[in-house]
Design a protein around this ligand. Sequence first.
Ligand code: NAD
Ligand code: ZN
Length: 252
Amino acid sequence: MAVGGLQGALALRALLDGARRVVVFTGAGISTESGIPDFRSPGGIWTRMAPIDFRDFVGSAEMRREAWRRRFAMEEQLALARPNAGHEAVAALVAQGRASHVITQNIDNLHQDSGVPEDKVIEIHGNTRYAKCLECGARMELAPIRAHFEAHGDPPDCEVCSGIVKTATISFGQAMPELEMARAEAATLACDLFLVLGSSLVVYPAAGFPLLAKRNGAKLAIVNREPTEQDGHADLVIHDSIGKVMREAVEF
Ligand code: NAD
Ligand code: ZN
């Protein structure tokens, strides 16, 4: 049964206090309070734009131009976004040694910006604050890509191997990053409390981690404004705003 408000936050505090090793799993919902829209809330990105899948990106120069146009259109919003109370509470759980890792589906870098050490953030869908060559993996910064795009109407090719350059994110249809998936699985299997913050839990394989934790004997808590696919498996479900709940549940 889902609870809300203070009652939910106090129940979450008790679960956190009883845990030896927490894994926090975040989705787009933790960043809406920083001004970055999610996909599946009413009015979310998908109600306006279908995502470009990987095969289309690789197969079509026009799709690549469209993907980069969308990315640059988001730049201002992303550059201005700062971590909110939800990110800060998560950073506190890590700093206090209570959470071993943050597994995130987000690509906005806000967990790192909130002070979670790089090696504790597992980005299973990559990061949109920089780009990578799809052939050789070389990293590229976005500012020179944007300058080239604005000058020529096309993104540049990789300077090293002339491969296609893409934001360092995982699109639909693109292979998941093996190392991050393995790290996320190991962290999940080592926790005794798995805390989901702001994910509709419909995107797989990411959404498989809460159930993996649960099957392995961990407790599962979900904080999400709307019902999720996995509410029925959770020990605690809180349908409320992450910032509000986490302010009450964690000292930071
Ligand atoms: P989603 O959009 O499917 O679900 C987000 C959920 O968060 C919704 O169910 C919504 O009710 C809830 N929510 C929104 N704001 C909330 C708040 N303040 N408090 C509590 N709940 C709130 O997101 P998802 O499950 O992460 O899957 C979408 C995919 O899109 C992910 O793979 C992610 O990589 C990507 N994405 C990332 C960002 C980002 O990096 N910030 C933004 C949009 C999409
Ligand atoms: Zn290359």
